[in-house]
Design a protein around this ligand. Structure first.
Ligand code: 4AD
Ligand code: MG
Length: 429
């Protein structure tokens, strides 16, 4: 190994070899004459030690600060006490970027840490969460690719709402009003006519006006739409995709998952098919916990938590009352007042991960329900064309990436599944 070739910390393995690494100072302490530097990069941390009597040519600045960036060359030594069992005896040192008084110290309030998010992201924990998130999205793309779904790129600036007016962000678009997309669904519905099974991974925006541990105002939405699928077939797509993501991150990143707080075996064991219960059965479960809820209403936060805690594996709730679902949901011909819609729920109290289902094909019914939601059918004229020209039965769903990561890693708050979380009181950094 040439001393000039820079390697990642993870690859410093063989005692006696000389390595160069680049990283940031994670910890520093002076013990007698020796200086100990724990260096971190994206692959891990490594203890490096400088003994001035053995390597007098090396000068380490006395004021070397936490998070300074440095390049270190050294000889790997076995050391039982060092984290990872290997330590680097420093033979060369170069300061790349100094760091004076790094503002993150122990015991800071969560709000200060959120103000310093751009720096807090360097913590091991957030690094590992972001790595798992990246792997989860990569696994999702892999599943779609293997199953012949075509990736599409729907717009973010849109002229009509998908998920109701209450959570719509509007903005001035030259001399008219436009919105930030809540869901790519309506556009995916247009794309199935030319591309068949399609998916997209886009930001979605929701003007959520309450502070909860599971709502963001901006999140990454994994959505799919399939011609000639019904409710049961789309649930099969969802459970297979969901299991593939869980199994893949468990296989590829067991240490990160364990370090953040979840046993990777739990995710490795998630297998399709998932249990399916009706809305009616779900309401009975909620009532069995002495939680008040009217039949026909949506599950409140408490009811959803109780339901989710009732199960130890992901499950579906299907056939919801029509009045709590949007205008595009297909009514169940066999159960008047109910729709062919399903939510995929995570266990352990985390709740809703996806919503999906079959889409209404009847033009008049859609128009009537768009009006009932307080919108103007003219704003949906392009969408209504899809029912006019060669309409086919179809179904789709949307999965919130951060909801998924939040549950997979058992995080306390969904914001930790985002590098730069957007919530009611925060759009910076
Ligand atoms: O349940 P939602 O609103 O359904 C739709 O948007 C459908 N149009 C999707 C489709 O059929 N293509 O949102 C889908 C998922 C939720 O199940 C949840 O995982 C996530 O998006 N989600 C949020 N994630 C974080 N913060 C929020 N405020 C979210 N709102 C929805
Ligand atoms: Mg939903």
């Amino acid at each position: 190994m040439s001393a000039d070739r820079v390697v990642k910390i993870r690859d410093v393995r063989t005692p006696g070899e000389t390595y160069s690494i680049r990283g940031w100072v994670y910890r520093k302490r002076i013990h007698g004459k020796a200086t100990f530097i724990v260096l971190r990069d994206e692959t891990g941390v490594l203890q490096c030690v400088h003994h001035p009597n053995q390597n007098p040519q090396v000068k380490i600045p006395e004021n070397l600060g936490i998070e300074a960036s440095v390049q270190i060359t050294g000889i790997a030594k076995e050391d039982k006490r060092a984290p990872g069992g290997i330590e680097l005896e420093i033979t060369g040192f170069k300061l790349i970027g100094p760091s004076h008084m790094f503002p993150i110290t122990k015991d800071q309030s969560i709000e200060i840490l959120l103000d310093l998010r751009h720096l807090w992201l360097r913590s091991r924990r957030l690094t590992q969460i972001m790595q798992v998130k990246a792997e989860a999205v990569r696994a999702a793309r892999e599943w779609f690719h293997d199953n012949e779904f075509v990736e599409t790129f729907p717009p973010i600036l849109v002229g009509s709402a998908c998920e109701g007016g209450a959570t719509l962000f509007s903005l001035k678009y030259f001399d008219r009003q436009a919105y930030l997309s809540q869901s790519a669904q309506l556009y995916l519905e247009a794309l199935i006519f030319s591309l068949g099974d399609v998916y997209s991974i886009t930001p979605s925006f929701r003007a959520e006006k309450s502070r909860t541990v599971r709502h963001l105002t901006e999140y990454w939405h994994i959505e799919a739409e399939c011609p000639y699928k019904g409710l049961e077939e789309i649930m099969q797509v969802e459970e297979q995709l969901f299991a593939h993501i869980c199994n893949t991150v468990a296989e590829k990143m067991p240490e990160a998952i364990r370090a953040v707080g979840r046993d990777p075996d739990f995710l490795a064991k998630i297998k399709a098919p998932f249990k399916r219960i009706t809305y009616e059965e779900a309401v009975d479960i909620v009532h069995s916990y002495d939680i008040d809820m009217e039949f026909g209403e949506d599950f409140g936060a408490r009811a959803e938590r109780a339901l989710s805690n009732h199960f130890d594996k992901p499950f579906f709730i299907y056939r919801y009352p029509e009045k709590i679902k949007p205008f595009y949901v297909k009514r169940d011909p066999d159960y008047p007042g109910f729709v062919l819609s399903a939510d995929l729920m995570a266990p352990e109290g985390y709740g809703e991960m996806t919503t999906g289902g079959a889409r209404e094909e009847d033009l008049d019914s859609i128009v009537e329900r768009i009006k009932a939601e307080g919108f103007n059918p003219e704003d949906y004229s392009w969408y209504l064309d899809l029912r006019r020209y060669g309409s086919v039965p179809h179904a789709g769903f949307g999965l919130g990436t951060e909801r998924l990561v939040w549950w997979m890693l058992k995080l306390d708050h969904i914001r930790d599944a985002c590098a730069f979380p957007r919530v009611l009181n925060r759009v910076t950094p």
